[in-house]
Design a protein around this ligand. Structure first.
Ligand code: C2O
Length: 535
């Protein structure tokens, strides 16, 4: 294993898209930002230097951070932010993971433009469990607003309404050839006929789940969220913000140009009409002037297409890569996730918004000292550990709205070191049922069950897949339904869990788990590095 050094300069940069320009916050002047490469078991040191007016943190989304919670990155959860003119070195080791992940800013809405790929290669000499592709290509999907994204969310919080949807999606930083302003040709993926390519697809969008398709080509899914899956073929993938998907693309045509499309998926009665992003798959030898073969995109409420894809995902569960699904459960939890109404719109706690979001009726209030610091140094008064393990009211999740009001609090749920957790995430549908992609920091989990309507604790667990469920770090809680996940609390520290739709995070759909230290020598959180930013 090696030590890899990176320097991330957070700088402003002017960017022109959709025929209009604005300054954006970037890493090293790039959008998307630089790809971070490592091998399994490498140690990575990233020096982040903040040259902008905003406070900044970077999160290594999906990196396990075993015992290194100080390097996880969510602002006021594991660290105080890096202030303007200051720097911080994120120091972590990649343990037992290989595949594609992403890094992104974890404060305000900065991740709109501050994000990039993490590519973790297997250990030297260890092959992929599928034929080696001719080439690998990172494909970062994102969103673009013509106006400043901090202004977009601030305006929404002032008005108490939902923020404006983005003006376009992007593929590797570009809206593409089919957009309202197509002066920029878009991303081109050059291929040679007869060769196989691996696309490392990342959804770095703020608020949008996406469908991804390539005209005339099937995709073989081999990995999600840096875990291998049983390969299967599909013509459409669905990917939520924070999720990653590796697919093999075999260039089985002799020539031509084929459209690549990323279009929104939103199975909720909410207006989403921002534009599909496009790119071009270009066979070598094809004239630039030749016509592109187009593809239809799924309807934005294409739930059946999304479900077909999601239900096809299974852990590879081979001898070499077994699915270590917890077979017993110490903590049996049910958390509701959803949107509610602020009991006190003039109170700061609910972000001053009319709409608030909550988990088990608690709208998370950001502290002013990082939870992990408060935990490690025994600073009292920052948070409490009385986060409810079950909903405080009886809900009819899919029926008439009840209990619209939420309570405010900075609460964590305490887990004993190495205990096993089963967590049902139940969509409340109180304002509107919506697919919430929930992300857990510090752990991978197994998605053992999923259903529509209300979770039935008597019947549903009998149908759980405890053999080869997909393992991941971000999962969509279906609209008006539930998912069941299992994980082992083997990572001491404070770990954020939240909806990865940034607007819902802003409204309070977030909480934290506190995992105690174990008794063994390698079972405790390490002390913080000396350059840990101060609040
Ligand atoms: Cu990718 Cu807490 O985020």
């Amino acid at each position: 294993c090696r030590v890899r050094h990176y320097k991330f300069n957070v700088v402003m940069k002017n960017s022109t898209k959709l025929c209009s320009s604005k300054p954006i916050v970037t890493v090293n002047g790039k959008f998307p930002g630089p790809t971070l490469y490592a091998r399994e078991h490498d140690t990575v040191l990233v020096k982040v230097v903040n040259h902008v007016k905003y406070n900044v943190t970077i999160h290594w989304h999906g990196v396990r951070q075993l015992r290194t919670g100080w390097a996880d990155g969510p602002a006021y959860i594991t660290q105080c932010p890096i202030q303007s003119g200051h720097s911080y070195v994120y120091n972590f080791t990649i343990t037992g993971q290989r595949g594609t992940l992403l890094w992104h800013a974890h404060i305000l809405w900065l991740r709109a433009t501050v994000h990039g790929a993490i590519v973790i290669l297997p250990k030297r000499g260890v092959p992929y469990p599928f034929p080696k592709p001719h080439k690998e290509v990172v494909v970062v999907l994102a969103e673009w607003w013509k106006s400043d994204t901090e202004a977009v969310i601030n305006q929404a919080l002032r008005s108490g309404l939902a923020p404006n949807v983005s003006d376009s999606h992007t593929i590797n930083g570009q809206p593409g050839p089919i957009s309202s302003c197509s002066s920029q040709g878009g991303f081109t993926l050059p291929v040679d006929s007869g060769k196989t390519y691996m696309l490392r697809i990342i959804n770095a969008a703020l608020n949008e789940e996406l469908f991804f398709k390539i005209a005339g080509h099937k995709l073989t899914v081999v990995e999600v969220d840096a875990t291998y899956v049983k390969p299967f073929k599909t013509d459409t993938i669905v990917i939520a913000p924070g999720q990653t998907t590796n697919v093999l693309l075999s260039a089985d045509k002799t020539s031509g140009k084929y459209l690549v499309a990323a279009s929104p998926f939103m199975d909720a009665p909410i207006a989403v009409d921002n534009a599909t992003a496009t790119a071009t798959l270009h066979y070598s030898g094809t004239l630039a002037s030749s016509a592109t073969t187009l593809t239809s995109t799924p309807p934005k409420n294409g739930t059946a297409i999304a479900n077909k894809f999601i239900d096809s995902l299974r852990s590879l569960n081979s001898k070499k890569y077994p699915a270590k699904v917890p077979q017993t459960v110490d903590h049996n939890l049910l958390f509701t996730v959803g949107l509610g109404v602020n009991p006190c719109p003039s109170c700061k706690a609910g972000n001053g918004s009319r709409v608030v979001a909550s988990i088990n009726n608690v709208t998370f209030v950001m502290p002013t000292i990082a939870l992990l610091q408060a935990h490690f140094f025994n600073i009292s008064g920052v948070f409490t550990t009385d986060f409810p393990g079950n909903p405080p009211h009886t809900y009819n999740f899919t029926g008439t709205p009840k209990n619209l009001q939420t309570s405010n609090g900075t609460k964590a749920y305490r887990l004993a070191y190495n205990s096993t957790v089963q967590l049902i995430l139940q969509d409340t549908g109180i304002i509107a049922p919506e697919n919430h992609p929930v992300h857990l920091h510090g752990f991978n989990f197994f998605a053992v069950g999923k259903g529509l309507g209300n979770f039935n604790p008597k019947k549903d667990p009998k149908k759980f897949n405890l053999v080869d469920p997909v393992e991941r770090n971000t999962i969509g809680v279906p609209s008006g339904g539930w998912v069941a996940i299992r994980f082992s609390a083997d990572n001491p520290g404070v770990w954020f869990m939240h909806c990865h739709l940034e607007v819902h995070t802003t409204w309070g759909l977030k909480m934290a788990f506190l995992v105690d230290n174990g008794k063994g020598p390698n079972e405790s959180l390490l002390p913080p590095p000396s350059d840990l930013p101060k609040c």
